[in-house]
Design a protein around this ligand. Structure first.
Ligand SMILES: Cc1cc2nc3c(=O)[nH]c(=O)nc-3n(C[C@H](O)[C@H](O)[C@H](O)COP(=O)(O)OP(=O)(O)OC[C@H]3O[C@@H](n4cnc5c(N)ncnc54)[C@H](O)[C@@H]3O)c2cc1C
Length: 504
């Protein structure tokens, strides 16, 4: 196993490993390890345990909340654990077994050319950034555009192999170990019995990546999906696959105003039963994209991106429904891009992908002049019946302040990414205050403060808004049971000071 020692060596030769897409500041670390096997991980973990060195887990480094950014100690990069083992059949289900460092791109390509059956199968979770690695997406319970139809990562994880901070290993298969009420008891592969208490807070009935998954009688595997590497190191994963849709119609429909785009979406969600994707581009997103995509229609200020599955017998009906809904909302097929060729589908996905990319480029330029600036990224989702109330609340608060912002993304799941792009320090402070205010509002409406990005090192206060002091205390008890030396992923989910108080 390659291990780089010494902060100077790491900073001079391996700087990119100290960052993720949040661009938050990293701390000084003394070791950077590249394990190539589970034994390597266990060996390095033992070294950290013996010397009491905190260890941060890094994978694709595409996270946007600083989860993989080390504060001190050592960093474990999992990128060399990138083997795809096999496709196997379990009952009627095809499953893919692989190591934690395989990228989503590699999974998609592998399945595109694999020939384990006559029909085409695929892994349907399509996190917008496909250089993410599978272990990172499990650790954050990532979701993507097609989660409207297919759900988040959690839905597809069938088994996990997890190395705990004390070096013990868990092999967890979905459907095998359940809590009795709020008490979970399970065995490591060596037969050591572990017991923990599940937190008793209520998690919302919508997609969420905020804090530990906790429900009465829950499956043990769900505790390890979305825990942001605070409870163990995931080394192997088994994913369920599903049949690839026969045909996909991909459309980007442009509208004169946001009200029309929203009305179109609400009707389309009800009427298009085989829809897979509904994504929103508000006026801020269209404005940001204009300099990059010159052909964007000049008189349109918002858009809905949708993908609908079809076959020969349904295409005509789907097309006429879409045309009718466009007309009813002052748009038309002439104001809609798309098609069903691979090239056309990819082009629209690429345009959608350009939104976060352009935001990040814009803020990076501003940051060069004023380093404290970063985008304020609100990742809230609320129940369907509260969605319009949440959007109206955002606008009522944002408009009088003339802040630059955009709302885009996963409208199908009542989950928009609200990104505020501050231009100076005053706007930055205002935007941060607003984020807290929005988190409080979302919780009152029964929503989540993080639908997919997680809490990482930058959203602790919102997690407390969501679950209160008591909820955080119960999560800390779980952390303590799995990681008594408080070695793994310091600063994720909980502020370091709080953990040091609890762990002494
Ligand atoms: C342009 C862009 C678009 C994005 N779009 C989406 C989107 O649509 N949906 C979405 O959900 N996210 C999105 N993200 C965020 C990001 O891609 C996801 O959070 C992704 O799941 C992170 O995977 P990664 O491999 O890069 O993990 P990393 O960033 O390396 O790590 C993420 C967290 O998981 C922990 N971790 C990683 N691997 C393991 C492991 N094996 N065991 C234990 N802990 C581990 C890390 O310590 C860290 O806390 C986007 C990011 C960008 C830059």
């Amino acid at each position: 196993m390659k291990i780089i020692e010494g902060k100077e060596n790491i900073i001079s030769g391996y700087l990119s490993y100290l960052q993720d897409e949040s661009k938050i500041s990293y701390g000084e670390i003394e070791y950077l390890a590249f394990p190539e096997s589970e034994e390597d991980i266990c060996q390095f973990l033992q070294f950290c345990r013996e010397k009491n060195i905190p260890l941060t887990i890094s994978n694709g480094k595409t996270g946007v909340v600083g989860g993989a950014v080390p504060l001190k100690g050592a960093l474990l990069s999992l990128e060399k654990l990138n083997k795809i083992y096999e496709v196997k059949k379990s009952g009627e289900e095809y499953r893919l077994r692989l190591q934690t460092g395989v990228t989503l791109d590699e999974i998609y390509q592998f399945l595109e050319t694999a020939s384990f059956t006559q029909e085409k199968y695929f892994y349907p979770v399509d996190v917008t950034e496909s250089t993410a690695r599978i272990g990172g997406t499990v650790a954050t319970n990532a979701s993507g555009e097609r989660s409207f139809k297919y759900g988040p990562t959690r839905t597809w994880v069938r088994s996990l192999r997890v190395i705990l901070a004390d070096g013990n290993i868990l092999d967890i298969e979905r459907g095998k170990i359940f809590a009795q009420g709020y008490d979970l008891e399970f065995k490591t592969v060596k037969g050591i019995v572990k017991k923990i208490k599940i937190p008793r807070y209520r998690i919302p009935e919508i997609k969420s990546s905020a804090g530990y998954y906790a429900r009465e009688n829950m499956d043990l595997i769900d505790l390890f999906i979305g825990n942001e590497g605070t409870l163990g190191i995931i080394s192997e994963i088994e994913l369920a696959l599903t049949k690839k849709p026969e045909n996909i119609l991909s459309l980007l429909a442009f509208f004169n105003c946001e009200e029309d785009a929203l009305k179109f979406f609400f009707s389309a969600r009800k009427e298009l039963m085989t829809a897979m994707v509904f994504e929103y581009f508000d006026s801020g997103a269209i404005k940001l994209l204009r300099p990059k995509i010159l052909e964007l229609p000049g008189n349109k200020n918002s858009a809905i991106f949708l993908e609908v599955e079809f076959n020969d017998s349904t295409l005509e009906e789907i097309s006429s429904t879409i045309e009718k809904l466009l007309t009813e909302n002052n748009s038309s097929l002439d104001n809609t891009w798309g098609g069903f060729e691979k090239k056309e589908i990819e082009k629209i996905r690429q345009i959608r992908h350009s939104i976060p990319e352009t935001i990040n480029e814009t803020i990076a330029k501003r940051k060069q002049k004023l380093p404290i600036l970063h985008k304020i990224s609100v990742d809230i989702a609320v129940p369907e019946e509260k969605f319009l109330e949440m959007i109206t609340y955002y606008k009522t608060k944002l408009e009088p302040l003339s802040l630059e912002y955009t709302m885009f993304g996963h409208i199908g799941e009542n989950h928009l990414h609200l990104n505020i792009l501050p231009r100076d320090e005053k706007e930055f402070i205002l935007a941060k205050d607003l984020h807290l205010d929005f988190a409080k509002k979302a919780v009152v409406l029964g929503g989540t403060v993080s639908a997919e990005h997680g809490i990482g090192k930058i959203k602790h206060q919102y997690l407390e808004v969501m679950y209160g002091e008591e909820g955080i205390k119960q999560m800390l008890e779980v952390k303590k049971a799995f990681d008594p030396q408080y070695l793994l992923n310091r600063g994720n989910l909980f502020p370091e000071e709080l953990l040091l108080n609890v762990f002494g």
